[in-house]
Design a protein around this ligand. Structure first.
Ligand code: PMT
Length: 401
């Protein structure tokens, strides 16, 4: 596999040599591309000798120059820019093509990863954060910078991610790219919102982070992904079709409509179990000392899918605060699931609204694995690894039955 390593002009450019070596050790061929500013921080000869390939910087350096960027774009598997300055991020976001690297970005159809590096104030600037948002939405993988002392003497975020972390991100992007291709996946995420009147509602603390991480990971692995989401403040991950819903009954409708055409369903949404029996058409007046609410049960969407499923692989999430495995296994059996992911929702570090989670994964064959507290993105990778593994043995099990 061939990785284009774009290097831009900042002090972190010296680490490009180390990144290049780490990727080479993984067996990748490296094509170095440097901006003219990068050449002032590190000699191109270093990258040329290490990679065994000439360093490309100039759009017009030789006879074929006007199409060289197209050739490089066609013949590579990943464009990695490390370090990526605020300037190159702005050019990528704005579609400016005034040098080889920015022109290459516009010509490439392969995955793109950027590892930003800059002063902490520059990193925090809304212009930079806005450009990163644009790039993320477009599917560019952002390798988050680290925090610490900076060359300018300040302290904070913006240091180029460690080369090891960049290596891992590249490995993940390249190995994950096709393992779910050809599959249609449906993920539900976020809370549902049950209206009491035109201005008040009952809901829960789900932010959608866990479900969006699962949808994003499935898209990275090449699946066609539909994300049925309750109200959240998150942007949909790249390559994912999001269908916004509000209430449990809207979620049920959206899920059932697509169920026949999907291969895997992962139900992460925190669906309300009760909804007001009769939402008031007008704002409820407060001219009384008490207000009794009558609530009725919502449909259990997952249980309904369990009854209807034919070939679909069904995964539920179980929000638990005690007897994690026992309670989750009961849900797995009651709802006819293939797998259940139990998570501890009693603390503040895991479950609802946090960036991390602690899970147990249980399967139909009685298997149970427990995991430490991990970032939700890492949990998403593990869950998809386990789904892939379980689906791979499913035909054999069916034959054996
Ligand atoms: O969104 P975050 O802030 O990142 O938080 C993530 C999370 C804590 C919401 C998530 O990890 C999680 O635990 N999701 C499941 C929440 C839940 O509703 O759990 P439950 O044990 O009550 O339900 C079990 C399963 O049945 C779930 O897959 C749920 O989607 C489904 N269900 C529940 C009720 C209902 N009426 N219909 C359903 O389909």
């Amino acid at each position: 596999m061939r990785v284009v390593l774009g290097v831009t002009g900042c002090i972190g450019a010296y680490k490009a040599a180390l990144i290049l070596r780490l990727l080479q050790k993984e067996g990748f061929e490296i094509v170095p591309v440097m901006t003219s500013a990068a050449r002032r921080f590190i000699g191109p000869l270093t990258l040329e000798k290490l990679s065994g390939n000439p360093v490309i910087s100039d759009l017009f350096s030789d006879r074929k120059a006007s199409i060289a960027h197209i050739e490089v774009a066609r013949n590579s598997d990943l464009l990695l820019v490390a370090p990526a300055t605020a300037n190159i991020l702005a050019k990528f976001a704005g579609g400016i093509a005034d040098d080889f690297l920015s022109t290459l970005y516009l010509s490439t159809a392969t995955p793109v990863a950027v590892a930003p590096a800059m002063n902490v104030e520059m990193w925090r600037h809304p212009a930079v954060q806005g450009n990163l948002q644009i790039l993320r939405r477009r599917g560019v993988h952002v390798i988050e910078p680290g925090s610490g002392y900076q060359a300018c003497g300040e302290f904070g975020e913006g240091r180029l991610a460690e080369p090891e972390k960049i290596r891992e991100a590249v490995l993940r992007l390249l190995s994950a790219s096709r393992s779910l291709s050809g599959l249609q996946v449906l993920v539900t995420a976020g809370p549902t919102v049950e209206d009491l009147d035109p201005v008040r509602f009952i809901s829960n603390r789900s932010t959608g982070k866990m479900g969006y991480a699962l949808a994003g990971e499935a898209a990275l692995r090449g699946a066609g992904v539909v994300l049925v989401s309750g109200p959240t403040s998150l942007d949909p991950p790249a390559g994912v079709e999001r269908i916004g819903v509000r209430s449990a009954s809207e979620m049920r409708e959206a899920v059932l409509e697509r169920f026949e055409s999907v291969d895997v369903v992962v139900k992460v949404a925190a669906v309300a179990d009760f909804t007001p029996e009769a939402p008031a058409p007008q704002k409820i007046k407060k001219n009384r000392s008490k207000l009794d609410l009558r609530l009725t049960r919502t449909p259990d969407i997952l249980a309904e899918l369990g009854r209807r499923k034919t070939r679909q692989f069904l995964v539920g999430f179980a929000a638990e605060s005690e007897n994690f495995q026992e309670n989750a296994r009961k849900k797995l059996l009651d709802k006819n699931l293939d797998m259940v992911v139990a998570n501890d929702v009693s603390g503040t570090e895991t479950g609802f609204a946090s960036d991390s989670n602690q899970v147990w994964i249980l399967d139909r064959e009685g298997g149970a694995e427990s995991f430490p507290v991990l970032e939700k993105a890492a949990v998403a990778r593990i869950v998809w690894d386990r789904i892939e593994r379980a689906r791979a043995v499913m035909p054999a099990l069916k034959v054996a039955e």
